[in-house]
Design a protein around this ligand. Structure first.
Ligand SMILES: [Zn+2]
Length: 162
């Protein structure tokens, strides 16, 4: 089969009229990213899985029509796909390219895995808060109890949300 280096990913992103294309997602995490985006019912969604990528070997791509990411969603995407490129599409053109950068601190999106952490106590008004201790792979630490949250745990938690 003929290969088209460099042109391939351009072709894949140019087919959406208005919305967001998230490229360079590590293979296997497209569904987790899609869950985070929580597109409105009826939104047109396309998932490309295990596409060739020179950067990652294999990658996933998520395209969602009619959705523009909030800063919170962009941050959450970065936790699952720290090398993702977020393309905002208008009239079939990429009008903005954002890099998903894992935030220094993460509030509320995840829960601490330590069952005795103060943030897990019923009735405690303490919201979970984590600091970024490593970007690759993303590693977070609970600021209250010091528990480390690994990349796998982050992906698992964020994919489990409905
Ligand atoms: Zn904790």
């Amino acid at each position: 089969m003929a290969e088209c280096p460099g042109g391939e990913s351009k072709l894949l992103v140019s087919k959406i009229r208005e919305g967001t294309v998230i490229d360079h997602i590590p293979a296997g995490r497209a569904l987790a990213v899609l869950k985070l985006l929580n597109p409105p019912r009826g939104a047109r969604v396309a998932l490309v899985m295990n596409a060739e990528s020179r950067k990652l070997g294999r990658k996933d791509i998520v395209k969602v029509e009619g959705v523009t990411l909030t800063p919170e969603q962009t941050a959450a995407v970065a936790l699952i796909a720290p090398k993702a490129t977020i393309n905002i599409i208008k009239n079939y053109d990429v009008v903005e390219k954002r890099r998903a950068t894992p935030p220094r601190t993460v509030k509320g999106i995840l829960r601490c895995t330590n069952p005795t952490c103060i943030t897990r106590k019923p009735g405690e008004p303490v919201k979970p808060k984590f600091k970024l201790v490593k970007e690759e792979p993303v590693t977070l630490q609970c600021i209250y109890c010091g528990t480390i949250i690994t990349q796998e745990e982050i992906v698992e938690q964020l994919s489990g949300q409905t």
